[in-house]
Design a protein around this ligand. Structure first.
Ligand code: F6P
Ligand code: MG
Length: 467
């Protein structure tokens, strides 16, 4: 599918793709180098891991150097991507082979392709070693942000536990403005704004801003609601009200706090409403855009809530706080054990394993191509009553990272995916591409705040129905 308006590339120096290739990717690569170096420091001289670790560092340095020189994506000896036993090789190598040289340099390739390709190459550097093949260079940073989110985590746990035990929450849910509708609104907003804390963006954002992004309390929520530039939540609520004991799928984005808010929302749907009794979660299969959820992160996120020392390095939790987290995590473990929470691949799936049902999410393809590229995945998603796409990258892929006029209808921008499934995208804006905005919004925001497309401070909720 070729979007009519072309895709974003760093050729446009005003675009966020340009900032990304000049500033953000080099920092991300440098951070991996530091992480691997500090692992190396812990090793004895004759440890076979050490030689491999050093080799990874020099390949990373070469990659960064070539990026800065605007070289062709497959110039060095590890590109095209060599067989490393993982999936998603041909999709990248075939597209590279078919692309003219001037369109496949770091500063000229389409941003979506180059960025996905970068994470696939990074994975390959580890996958082809003997001793680092299961290593996730982003794990520590994911864990750190999770630990520093305890205030918002406890707040949400208390709010949800109270809803679960509230016998009157469902009274009169059919009526407009019911308590259940208000509770739904709060829980899905948490999952929306949970996306503001992805780590690939923390390169630019100050760590202290985390707390603000996870703003708790009514006034903060109302202020944030004003930042939702298009709000299809009423359509989502209207759809859910027609569902009984159904299934929701969540195409996950980031681990840590965002995943926690996704689990909160999923538990709310299962435990507090008559609409849903199963939620299927779709993780990535390789370390992806720094902070995305891997199968391991999923189990770990829940287990950490039961570890009373987990948050201790960042905050002192009160006994009541740990009790709330324990109640919540035990309920979630029961959901997992009884299949109400279902990860689309086994939690112990080896990193990078070639898993046909899950590989698609780590290809470069836009979701407009999902029906043609992965009909089996589409068929699986069609069993769902609603598919929730979390975050910025999923949104970019839904609309092909293209330069749509901002008033283009969302249904038009998702192309061949339109009408195939019920879907909603919950996205905080961290990249240029956007559509479905009311007339005049773009002009107003350009005048008010030049960073509105990329700062993560604005959001959109876009819904499209199954035909
Ligand atoms: O905008 C910066 C960026 O790295 C984009 O490349 C990507 O779309 C996004 O962040 C990742 O954010 P999210 O975790 O919300 O998908
Ligand atoms: Mg992400």
């Amino acid at each position: 599918f070729k979007p009519a308006h072309g895709r974003y590339t760093p050729r446009d120096k005003d675009s966020f793709s340009y900032t990304t290739v000049t500033h953000r990717w080099p920092v991300i690569i440098t951070n991996i180098v530091s992480t691997v170096s500090s692992e190396n420091h812990k090793l004895a001289n004759d440890d076979p891991r050490l030689a491999e670790g050093k080799a990874i560092i020099s390949e990373l340095s070469a990659l960064k150097h070539q990026m800065g020189r605007n070289s062709v994506l497959h110039e060095a000896d590890f590109r095209p991507i060599q067989d490393d036993g993982g999936g998603n090789l041909a999709c990248y190598n075939d597209e590279l082979a078919a692309t003219p040289e001037e369109e496949k340099r770091w500063f000229t390739a389409n941003w979506l392709f180059a960025e996905c390709y970068l994470y696939r190459v990074l994975r390959s550097l580890f996958a082809r070693t003997q001793h680092w093949a299961d290593y996730d260079p982003f794990f520590e940073s994911k864990a750190e942000t999770y630990k520093s989110s305890s205030t918002a985590i406890v707040h949400l746990a208390e709010a949800l536990n109270a809803m679960v035990t509230d016998e009157r929450l469902q009274d009169g849910w059919e009526k407009e403005g019911s308590r259940l509708e208000i509770a739904f609104w709060e829980m899905i907003q948490a999952a929306l704004w949970g996306n503001a804390t992805d780590l690939s963006l923390l390169v630019d954002l100050k760590y202290e801003d985390l707390q603000k992004l996870q703003a708790v309390g009514k006034a903060a929520q109302a202020a944030q609601a004003a930042k939702v530039l298009r709000d299809d939540l009423p359509k989502v609520w209207a759809l859910l009200k027609t569902v009984k004991d159904g299934q929701v799928d969540i195409v996950l984005d980031n681990a840590g706090f965002e995943l926690y808010t996704d689990l909160v929302f999923a538990d709310f749907l299962i435990s507090c409403t008559p609409f849903v009794n199963k939620v299927v979660f779709h993780p990535k299969t390789v370390p992806w855009f720094v902070s995305d959820v891997l199968p391991y992160d999923f189990g770990w996120a829940i287990d950490s809530l039961l570890d009373t020392s987990f948050f201790a390095s960042h905050a002192q939790l009160k006994d009541g706080d740990t009790d709330s987290l324990t109640t919540l995590a035990q309920r979630w473990k029961a959901h997992v054990a009884e299949g109400r929470f279902h990860l689309s691949v086994p939690v112990d799936t080896k990193m990078g394993a070639d898993v046909p049902a899950a590989n698609f999410w780590c290809t470069q393809f836009a979701y407009q191509d999902l029906p043609a590229v992965d009909p089996e995945l589409l068929a699986a998603l069609q069993k769902s009553d609603l598919v929730v796409f979390k975050g910025d990258l999923n949104y970019r892929k839904l609309i092909g990272d293209a330069k749509w006029p901002t008033t283009t209808p969302f249904e038009e921008a998702i192309g061949p995916l339109n009408g195939k499934i019920n879907l909603v995208s919950l996205r905080t804006n961290k990249a240029d591409t956007i559509c479905g905005l009311p007339e005049g919004t773009e002009e107003r925001l350009d005048a008010e705040d030049k960073t509105w497309r990329i700062s993560g401070k604005y959001a959109i909720v876009s819904f499209a129905a199954r035909a």
